[in-house]
Every structure is written in C-alpha cells, then in structure tokens.
Design a protein. Structure first.
Length: 317
C-alpha cells in the first residue's frame, strides 16, 4: 500500500505544476506589460515644462509638429537638428539653409506679423529676446513661445540642447553639440603654442565706426581662432569706436562683413582711409571680408566661422 502511494506522489506533483504554470506565466506577462507601460510613460513627457533664455516657463502639451522661427539663428538651429520638415514659417531674413527661402514668411526679423503667425497654426514659436512685446499676445492665443538668446558659444550649445528637448530630438542635439565641440577643440589644438596672437580689428559698421567688445559672440570667435580682439577691454558687445583708437591699437588683421559681394569696394575703402596708412594690417594688405551671417548669427555655424578665421590668421597651420 505504501509502495503505491509513493508511486503516485511524483504524478501528483507534476499535475500540480501544470496547474500553476498559467498563473506564473500570467504574473510574468503582467509584469512585462506594467514595465512596458512605465517605459511608454517615460518616453511621453507631456506636458513638458521648459525654461527659456528669458527665464520664462514654457509648457508644451505635446510634441510640436509645426514650428515657426522668428530669427535667422533659430532657423539655422532647427535645420541643423534635422527639423526642417517641421518648420512652417520663418522671418523674411531667414536665408540659410537654402530650403528656408521656400518657407512661408511670418513677417520681418524686427517686426513679426502676428496674423501670419497665427494663420500658420504653429505648435511652437521660437523667438528672440527682442520679440518680448509680441510674446504675451501669442500666448494669450494659446501659442507657446520659446525665446532663445545665446550670447556665447557655450550658450549656443545650450540653446541647441533646449530646442532638442522641446522638439524631442535630444539625442540628435547632443550629437550635434559634441561634433561642434570636437571641431572647435581641433582648431585650438592646431593653434596651441603660438608665439604671439595676431591683433584683430573687426569692423561691424563703417559710419559710424563700430567694432566688437568682449561680450559678443564675434569676440569669442576671434579669441577661439587664436586672435586678439583689439577692443577686448570694452564691455559693450558692439561699441562705437574712433579711427584714432584703431590706429593706436595697430591691428595686424582687419576683418569686415562682406555684404552681398561688396568685399572689393569695402576693402578698398578701408585701405584708403586717411591716417590709417601706419596700421600694420593696412601696410601688409591684411584686410579681409567674411560672411556676415556666419559670423554674426549665434547659431551652429559659429564653429565654421572660427575655422575660417583661423585659416585667415594662420594659413600655415
């Protein structure tokens, strides 16, 4: 009798195990479903709270699919992040990349057209600090506005990453910033151990004479390219300067923005200025025009500007 009970025991255990398997499987499947739901919630951060460059809190209810840019630098950032297909409106001065020229216009750089912006049905407007007066009206209409105002290369990186968060392309933004940092570091490495930095005068405007102080992106471009901005001691980003001050500081290279193919005319005008014949840059013919957009816009092409200026200053390197 005992022998028969022992023979039945393994059979009973097997039957019990078979009965428990669906329950165990259900628990595992339930946990997997719960994990999947949790992961989905992590991937969907809405509503998303952002802080823009004016310190304003901006709330996005969902992934913005229709973007309007009110500044050329913002447009360049959006395209650099691969968001060109989502841009439905730009300012009339947004001319880079070429694809931006075909996009609907939302007013000028200085005067955005609110009616045109609203008609474009944007999910997000990317503005500049000078558009503050327009922000309240757009937000009253339920249109979120993100203000970007980078004034240094590091702040350009931060603006790219902020846009990446807003548009849900964070990984792309991080990759782009890393690439720009690598390129900038490569320039600095090539210019290491310079015997002396070349003195640079950047002429923003001719009448009245205007240059760049230390609180401008162009100043940082000059410094990153191994140059010494002759007005680095001036705090104003774009100070008016005197012709005598330029002569006294004796730049070795003069850089000016080449607007619409005026390089030859402007270079000739600078070279022939009375009283400037003693300046080293004038004596050696080191007067060079550069792209005003590339040098003045606080956007992703800033590193390209550094590379270009480094070649002008130190072609042998």
């Amino acid at each position: 009798m005992c022998r028969n009970d022992k023979n039945k025991t393994p059979l009973l255990l097997l039957l019990l195990l078979l009965l428990l398997l669906p329950a165990v499987g259900g628990c595992v499947a339930g946990k997997e479903l719960q994990d999947a739901r949790g992961a989905a919630q992590e991937e969907e951060p809405w509503p998303l709270l952002l802080t823009d460059d004016l310190g304003r809190e901006v709330v996005l209810a969902g992934r913005p699919e229709r973007l309007v840019s009110l500044a050329p630098s913002n447009t360049e950032m959006l395209f650099a992040l691969g968001l060109g297909e989502r841009v439905v409106g730009v300012s009339e001065y947004c001319n880079y990349p070429e694809a931006a020229l075909a996009i609907a216009k939302a007013g000028t750089f200085a005067e955005p057209n609110l009616e045109q912006i609203v008609a474009l049905r944007p999910d997000l407007v990317v503005a500049g600090h000078f558009h503050e007066e327009k922000l309240a009206r757009l937000e009253e209409l339920g249109i979120p506005v993100l203000v970007l105002n980078p004034s240094s290369i590091e702040e350009i990186y931060a603006a790219l990453e902020l846009l990446g968060r807003a548009a849900q392309v964070e990984e792309k933004a991080q990759q782009l910033v890393a690439q720009l940092q690598t390129r900038l570091q490569a320039v600095k490495d090539r210019l290491a151990n310079l015997p002396a930095k070349k003195r640079v005068y950047y002429e923003v405007y001719a009448d009245p004479l205007m240059s760049v102080g230390r609180n401008s992106v162009i100043h940082e471009i000059i410094e990153s390219a191994g140059g010494e901005n002759i007005f680095a001691d001036v705090e104003m980003p774009y100070p008016k300067v005197s012709a005598e001050a330029v002569v006294d500081r004796d730049p070795e290279v003069i850089i000016f923005p080449n607007y619409h193919g005026t390089e030859g005319f402007l270079a000739k005008e600078i070279l022939s200025r009375p009283g400037w014949e003693s300046i080293r840059a004038i004596k050696e013919g080191q007067v060079v025009g550069v792209s005003p957009d590339k040098f003045s816009r606080p956007g992703p092409r800033v590193v390209e500007a550094v590379e270009e200026l480094a070649l002008i200053l130190y072609p042998g390197r």
